[in-house]
Design a protein around this ligand. Structure first.
Ligand code: 13P
Ligand code: SF4
Length: 327
């Protein structure tokens, strides 16, 4: 038996003993996806976290995902195997303080019009636009959700904004998702200037090159990509949306414009089809921090427990529940 197999066996027996469920985002390492009870996109995993009857949720993903699980299921123990697994985009918006990670993104700059720099805060933008609802991508911290009207994910963003009865909405924190929402909904969007460094690095030129290399392939892109990429894609959807689309499509080849971890699941689910990454370097280092060893350690030591203080959890849950009620 390999070392990896014995770690997996230990995880499975501890999981039984502690009545735990393992949730893994579609970007996780292959071996972590294999050990999980459920893999999925942010929306699917939030739903599972809200309805599971397990006592313990081991969340293999990044911190905002474990926080959301704890917000939705406060009576459960929620474990994040690696405390440092964070989402830099989530840290680009704060309720009242300065952005924590400005220097990691030297290219970050002011833009004209309705795009707000990140040393502006959520409270500032609310003050500037009284009465305009704040639609918050789930890739945010719990305190930001707590001061938002409703949450959305990449799978439901259009339906969420259309469910609101104003002509204008504030969308935080992803400028690319916001631009896509504005283009595909009836709403005027006031966008925050955040971005996902994994998706934002892709350009229109990358799509042109991929089409040249794979002329028969369909190009699927995540809405966290830039508009110049989305405009050239054949289909735009969440990570699990890509899995469903590839399964039901007659096409045999696909170029995948999202984090490369999704290719594992796509290939597993579609053995006769071929998948190419849009760019080899679409890798989220934070999503790769969780390993089998860290999952085992989490279950052995019951760490790291993610708990959101009640004064933040209750209003944050309201924003998540509103989203889950729409779709
Ligand atoms: P989805 O899986 O919800 O499409 O999210 C993508 C993502 O970047 C999560 O961090
Ligand atoms: Fe955040 Fe992008 Fe990584 Fe998702 S892929 S966790 S949005 S940095």
């Amino acid at each position: 038996m390999s070392n990896e197999d014995s770690i997996s066996d230990n995880i499975l027996s501890l999981k039984e003993k502690k009545n735990a469920v393992i949730l893994a985002h579609n970007y996780q390492r292959e071996e972590v996806q294999d050990i999980a009870d459920y893999t999925g996109d942010s929306l699917e995993l939030s739903r599972t976290a809200a309805t599971t009857d397990a006592d313990v949720i081991v969340f293999c993903g990044v911190n905002f995902m474990a926080e959301s699980a704890s917000i939705l299921s406060p009576d459960k123990i929620v474990l994040l195997p690696v405390m440092e697994a964070c989402c830099p985009m989530a840290d680009m918006v704060t309720v009242s303080g300065k952005r924590k990670i400005r220097n990691q993104f030297p290219g970050f700059k002011y833009e004209d019009g309705y795009t707000y720099p990140a040393d502006f805060t959520l409270r500032d933008i609310r003050k500037r636009h009284p009465g305009i609802p704040v639609v918050t991508y789930v890739n945010t911290t719990a305190d930001v959700k707590a001061e938002s009207d409703i949450c959305c994910t990449s799978a439901n963003s259009i339906k969420i904004v259309e469910s609101l009865d104003t002509d204008t909405v504030i969308c935080i924190p992803d400028r690319n998702l916001s631009a896509w929402i504005e283009k595909n909904s009836t709403k005027k969007v006031i966008a925050w200037d955040g971005f996902c460094h994994v998706h934002d690095r892709v350009t229109a030129d990358d799509v042109i090159k991929a089409r040249e290399a794979h002329p028969d392939a369909m190009v699927l892109a995540h809405p966290e990509c830039r508009m110049e990429v989305l405009e050239q894609a054949d289909h735009i959807t969440s990570t699990s949306g890509m899995i469903r689309y590839a399964k039901s499509s007659d096409a045999k080849e696909f170029v995948i414009g999202t984090e490369t971890g999704l290719l594992y699941n796509l290939r597993k689910e579609n053995p006769g089809k071929i998948f190419y990454p849009l760019r080899q370097d679409m890798v989220c280092p934070n999503m790769k921090k969780t390993s089998l060893r860290s999952v085992l350690h989490a279950l052995e030591t019951m760490t790291h427990q993610i708990k959101v203080p009640e004064e933040i959890r209750v209003p944050a849950k309201r924003a998540l529940d509103r989203m889950l009620a729409v779709i």
